[in-house]
Every structure is written in structure tokens, then in C-alpha cells.
Design a protein around this ligand. Sequence first.
Ligand SMILES: O=C(O)CCC(=O)C(=O)O
Length: 286
Amino acid sequence: MAGSLSAEQTDAFWNDGFLFPVAVISSADALAARQHFLELMDKPAVTLPRPTNDYARSCFHAVSTEAARLAAHPAILDAVESLLGPDLLVWSVELIIKPPQSDKMLTMHQDLNYWGFEHADGEVTAWLALGDVTVENGAMQFVRGSHRLGAVVHHDTYGENNLLSRGQEITVDFDPADEVPVELGAGDISLHHGLTFHGSGPNTTDQHRVALAIRYVTPEMGKEGGATDFAMLVRGADRHNKLVKIAPPGTDFGPTELALHTELEAAQLGALAAGAAEAYGYDRGT
Ligand SMILES: O=C(O)CCC(=O)C(=O)O
């Protein structure tokens, strides 16, 4: 398949816990999507019960046709299929915006600690750069090989500028020499394992940093305790039916789409808030 990874690339992913850059769409298409999302977030949410950006920070694929289209993009799926196999579901999509000259950051964390899945294998994030991403505008940092440590203890910082729901942060040390800045061109993805330590710093430039984080899971990935959760089948077949299948949105922010988004968020809330001392909530970022 056109976008499949080479054996060297898949080996590098499983060895390091990440891989980048992989070019998946043209820079022009990435910049068009960026413009679309920035305009969408800027629209006053007069007809929406909550600020537009609230809907973008989780399960955005349920309310945005463009987010759902990009999550099902064949070039991204080819790359993810090389890692996870032929059957792929989208569990969540997040639009992550760091405004110009903003101190918004994310502490070093592991994704899967907070998502309530039964196992750690079978989840990969494709993080699509909608614009060039540099250390100056808040590129992610990955810690090489950290996924092999398994799930580590985190603590909640609730930092004011933290874009994570609880400001969660790992409590273990790592060798700074293993920290890798994830600089990308517009239209590239980085791929990371659900247990890879990663975080990102502030945006010190005059441009927005815009990215779509797409969370793919295999059909074997059920939720702890058999909890109900949802996903969109984007490639192959689901012979396990552990997650309830949803269809892509027919229209942006329609009443059916908004109702589904509420249901999806509620299903994810239990695991995201488990053990938290304070109320769960994303810093809205924009
Ligand atoms: O966008 C960022 O800076 C970090 C994103 C992240 O933590 C993730 O996609 O898992």
C-alpha cells in the first residue's frame, strides 16, 4: 500500500516507542485544514450549548466532518496498519491548538494511563501537523524507549497552563539524552505508542501551532470492567465488538452529532477522572 511503513520504520517504532516524520498529506492540504479548523474555532458558538473548542478537545470526529475525514485518510491508515494490523478503529480525535505567544504546555505523561483500556498494546496516536511544528512553537518531546517501562505512576499538577485534563505528570526520572524533539513539516504525522513518555512546551512564535491527534485502536482493545465506549471503524472489520460502533458525522455540529458527542464524552469521563482529586476538565487552549 502506498503509505505503508518499511520494515526498518516499524522496527524503529517498536524499539523507540515512536516514529516521525511520515508525510501523509500535502502541505497545501494541511494548511487548508488548519485554516478550516481555526475559522471553525473562531465562530461564536451561538447555536452550541458549549464553546466550540470544548467539542474539539475530545471525540472531535463525532461532530466535525473534516476531523472524521482526516482520521480515515488512507495514507494515515496505511502507516497505522503497518503497526497495528488491518482492522482499525478511531477511538478519539483531538484538535490541539497552541495560540501565538502562549505558555500552554503539556507535562510529560503516558496516554494510556488515563484511558481505561484493558491492555497497552493495540493503541497508537497519529499526530498530524497542520502547519510546521518546531521547538519554538511547542513541538512534542518523546522519550526514547520509555514505552518499555510499562505504566508508571503519575501525579496530578492541575497546572494553570497545562492543556491536559488533570495536568498529569510522570513521577519517574529519565535520561535527558533520551528526549527527542518532534519537529514536523505541515502534512507530516508522528506516531507514538500509548505508553511513550511525551510532553510539549510553550509556543513562543506569532503563529498558532495546530495539530490533530488521532487515537487508533485495534478491535481487541476493550475497556476495563467491560465499560461501554465507542469507536469508528475506519479500516477492515471488527470481529470482537468490544466498542460500540459509531458512524462519521453527516454534518458539522448537527443535533444528532452533538447528542452523540455528549454520549461519547460521558463514556470516556469515568476513566479520565478515575482517582482525581479535583473535577475533571481540559484547559480550553484557545
Ligand atoms: O499536542 C501536544 O503538544 C501533545 C499532544 C499529546 O500529548 C498527545 O497527542 O498525546
